[in-house]
Design a protein around this ligand. Structure first.
Ligand SMILES: *Cc1c(COP(=O)(O)O)cnc(C)c1O
Length: 399
C-alpha cells in the first residue's frame, strides 16, 4: 500500500483530532524510523519524550515478550510478582517513599488532584468542597475535562465546558505570584519544571527553589509534573535536580515504559498518598505485571546505559550547534539536556513549513504552537548523529 493510501484511510475513518506530518512510519530502531517506502528519518520528537531509550530498545522488547508469555493482567484484586519490585526500584531510584501506578500521564495528574484534595480535607483541615489547587498559565497536563478546564490554551478547552471548579491560574516563572495566590484553602501547586508543550519554556534560575520554600512555609503540597521533563530528558533523572530540590509529589509517565506501553506513576515523599484507602481510587490496568516488568527494564536501561549523562552531554553539544545558526527570523534558541527548541519570530511564516522541509531532509520534528520547533531526539543519540542532524537543520533554518 502507498503512503497516500494509508493517509486516506486515516482521513476517511479516523477522527481528525491531530494534524500529523504526512509520513507513514512502519519501523523504528534507536534514533531512526522508516516509512513504508523505506525512507529513513531521525526522530527528533521521541513521541513527546516517551521513547527516551530509543525505538524498540532490544532489552525492553525482550522483557515485554518474556512477561507477555507469563502473565499480563491480574487487576489489583490480586497481587502480582512484578508490582512490588517495580515500587521498590522506582522509589530507590527517585528517592521516594510511595508509588501509585496508573497508565497515561493524564491519569497520573487526575490521581494527584484527588490525593491532594483528600489530603487537604483530612490532614490540612480545609473545609469540605473548598480545596484549591494553583496551576500555571500555558500549562500542559493532559486532556481530561478537569485538566483542560485549567488550561489557558483555547484550542484545548473551548467547547468542552462546564469544567471542574477549584483551580487558580497564575503566571509561570515568578515565585511572588505563587506567594500572593496562596490562601487558607490552597492544598497544592501543580507545575511543570520546564513547560514542554508551551514550547520548552524554562523558568528563571531559582524559581523552583523559591517555589519549594513557599510551599513548605504555607503547608501547600508541591506537585511537579515531570511526565515530559523526567527520566533523563533534561540531563538529570528528574528536572528538579537542576535546582537541588525535591517535590512533595512527582508525576512520571511517557519514558517510564520506553514507549512500549502506557505506564505512569505518582511518586510521593510525604504522606499525601497515605490518605487513599482501599476502594477510593484505582485502575483496571494500573500496576499490571506487563507494565511493571516493562517499566523496570526501561528504568534499568536509562541507568545502565548511561543515558542521563549522555542527554546532558549531547544536549549541550546540540544546543551549541543550534546557537551557531544566524537568521534574523530566529527569536531564541534554548533548552536543557535534550529538550531543545528554536523559537521563530511570528513574521517568519510559522514553524510548520520548517518542519516539512526538515522532513524532506530526513528529520522528523513537530512544531509546538505556531512558531516553535522542538528538538528532542532519543537519549541514545551519539555525537555523530547530532552532527548528522545539525548538517540538515542548519541549512533549513538559515533559509
Ligand atoms: C504528555 C504530558 C501529559 C499527559 O500525558 P498523556 O500520557 O498524554 O496523558 C501530562 N503532562 C505533561 C507535562 C506532558 O508532557
Amino acid at each position: 500500500m502507498s503512503q497516500e493510501a494509508f493517509i486516506n484511510l486515516e482521513q476517511q475513518y479516523g477522527a481528525h483530532n491531530y494534524k500529523p506530518l504526512d509520513v507513514v512510519l512502519t519501523r523504528g530502531e534507536g534514533v531512526w524510523v522508516w516509512d513504508v517506502d523505506g525512507n529513513r528519518y531521525m526522530d527528533c520528537l521521541s513521541a513527546y519524550s516517551a521513547v527516551n531509550q530509543g525505538h524498540c530498545h532490544p532489552r525492553i522488547m525482550a522483557t515485554m515478550i518474556e512477561q507477555a508469555r507469563k502473565l499480563t493482567l491480574t487487576s489489583r484484586a490480586f497481587r502480582n510478582d512484578q508490582l512490588g519490585l517495580f515500587y521498590k526500584e522506582l522509589c530507590e531510584l527517585t528517592n521516594s517513599h510511595k508509588v501509585l501506578p496508573m497508565n497515561s500521564g493524564a491519569e497520573a495528574v487526575e490521581t494527584v488532584i484527588k490525593a491532594v484534595r483528600k489530603w487537604g480535607y483530612r490532614v490540612k483541615g480545609v473545609p469540605e468542597e473548598k480545596a484549591e489547587i494553583i496551576v500555571c498559565e500555558n500549562n500542559f497536563h493532559g486532556r481530561t475535562i478537569t485538566i483542560v478546564g485549567f488550561s489557558t490554551d483555547p484550542t484545548s478547552r473551548d467547547g468542552f465546558g462546564p469544567f471542574t471548579p477549584g483551580f487558580k491560574i497564575i503566571p509561570f516563572g515568578n515565585a511572588r505570584d505563587l506567594e500572593n495566590a496562596i490562601g487558607p484553602n490552597t492544598v497544592g501547586f501543580l507545575v511543570e519544571p520546564i513547560q514542554g508543550e508551551a514550547g520548552v519554556v524554562i523558568p528563571p534560575p531559582g524559581y523552583l527553589k523559591q517555589v519549594k520554600e513557599i510551599c513548605q512555609r504555607n503547608n501547600v503540597v508541591l506537585i511537579l509534573d515531570e511526565i515530559q521533563t523526567g527520566l533523563g530528558r533534561t540531563g538529570k533523572l528528574l528536572a528538579e535536580e537542576h535546582e537541588g530540590i525535591e517535590a512533595d509529589l512527582t508525576l512520571v509517565g511517557k519514558a517510564l515504559s520506553g514507549g512500549f506501553y502506557p505506564v505512569s506513576a505518582v511518586l510521593s515523599n510525604t504522606e499525601v498518598l497515605g490518605v487513599l484507602r482501599p476502594g477510593e481510587h484505582g485502575s483496571t490496568f494500573g500496576g499490571n505485571p506487563l507494565a511493571c516488568a516493562i517499566a523496570r527494564t526501561a528504568l534499568k536501561v536509562l541507568i545502565e546505559e548511561n543515558l542521563i549523562a549522555n542527554a546532558a552531554e549531547m544536549g549541550t553539544y546540540f544546543l551549541e550547534g543550534l546557537k551557531q545558526i544566524s537568521n534574523p527570523k530566529i527569536k531564541e534558541v534554548r533548552g536543557k539536556g535534550l529538550l531543545l527548541a528554536v523559537e521563530l519570530y511570528p513574521e517568519a511564516g510559522g514553524a510548520r513549513g520548517y518542519c516539512e522541509r526538515l522532513m524532506e531532509k530526513g528529520l522528523l520534528c513537530k512544531e509546538t504552537h505556531d512558531n516553535i520547533i522542538r528538538f528532542a531526539p532519543p537519549l541514545v543519540i551519539t555525537k555523530k548523529q547530532v552532527d548528522w542532524a545539525l548538517e540538515r537543520i542548519i541549512p533549513v533554518l538559515r533559509s
